[in-house]
Design a protein around this ligand. Sequence first.
Ligand code: BES
Ligand code: ZN
Ligand code: ZN
Length: 457
Amino acid sequence: MLSCFVTRHTKNTIPIKIISQTEYPNWLAKQTNFVKQWLSTNQFRGEPGNVSLIPDTTGKLQSVLFCDAELKNYWCIGNLPLTLPEGVYELDINTIDYQRLAITWGLGSYQFSRYKKPTRKPAQLFIPNDASPDYVNNIVESIYFVRDLINTPADDMGPSELADVVVDLGKTFKAKVKQIVGDELLKQNYPMIYAVGRACDDEPRLIDLRWGNKKNPQVTLVGKGVCFDTGGLDIKPSSAMLLMKKDMGGAAHVLGLARMIMQAELAINLRVLIPVVENSVSGNAYRPGDILQSRKGTTVEIGNTDAEGRLVLADALTEAVSEKPNLLIDISTLTGAARVALGTDLPALFANQDDIAHDAVRFGTLESDPMWRLPLYSPYRELLNSPFADINNVGMDSYGGAIIAGLFLKEFVPDEIPWMHFDLMAWNLKSRPGRPQGGEAMVLRALFSYLIERFEK
Ligand code: BES
Ligand code: ZN
Ligand code: ZN
């Protein structure tokens, strides 16, 4: 269990009363004169986000009062674990469920400690049995795992280090992990993964993790693992390159989701495919104008070496669909255009079948883990036409870039395979309650709930 959680209740457990702004006056009227006076002295106004530490008459912390607008906000208590005094707390709530707020508590307790000592220990939350501590801990721990991977700079999280992480994960959960590394990618026909990654000393690779009973429905996850994206010879300006250690965010996401699935032992035959490369600048880098042959056989003209994610994903998707999975999900930090369209917090979902898209969006809303569907609008496919090859890796103009990228991937996924593609930010630009600045897991709580409903019942 993470250090921010406890599963044993003691007499020292301090209650946190969570109250809505509208309830506050009635609640206050019922309090002792001492409490009324204390809150008045501290100018507690019962406004959203207000917190008061209420002592007993000896000065010892007796309870915490926390006010939120309507008690519907999943993130409301996200700042408490790192602002309340150390100690063990429990939530005194009836309107919103304990489990969801416990997840927020966990997510708000996160500190990235690899290069800097944590400022303090998080306050601890008691999780009662009926709020399923194991489920909460699984989700939170898996999201920490995702955040840690993204936050770790490329110098310490290059292709070989990311591969080591997957090997370790495989050992923990008794999953099989295979890797195809460097020149072997050419021999085994992954030419685009090789081409994108060949300019980096740390060799490109395809990581292939398998777990679960083969008789169960197969779910295949594919994640963009670009450990650093310089843009290649079409090099990015410094402002655009600054955050590009996060370009393996898709890989981190599918590993986080795999971890949730394996820990919960869902009845899934799981496969995770991660093309891992660094998109570097060097004399042997792939060039604009080069024409690559993909694993599928399609020829791809390189209009821009910075549109590298779709190339490595295409080869991985071709392998993924060869086994006709019951569900195929890819996750990637694929385009800046998706962020222009939807902003940083709203991942774009593309799907080739309506029912799975509707379900994913529904679970996103339920779990406060939102996403927004964009269309695989086929009339735009002609923008990818190339005079010299079957397809170009970028569109002819700069409009609709996220859709164009989705359409590029769609070329490698047969229509009959249910497929969802997520183009997301994987990063919080600023800290908010429960969501610290830095690497972030998006859509994972939604997808995990969806998978539980679909494959556990
Ligand atoms: N990794 C980037 C996309 C990205 C940029 C994600 C910023 C999140 C934030 C991707 O490899 C890329 O560079 N895409 C280009 C595509 C373009 C050349 C068609 C982009 O979005 O500008
Ligand atoms: Zn790029
Ligand atoms: Zn990229």
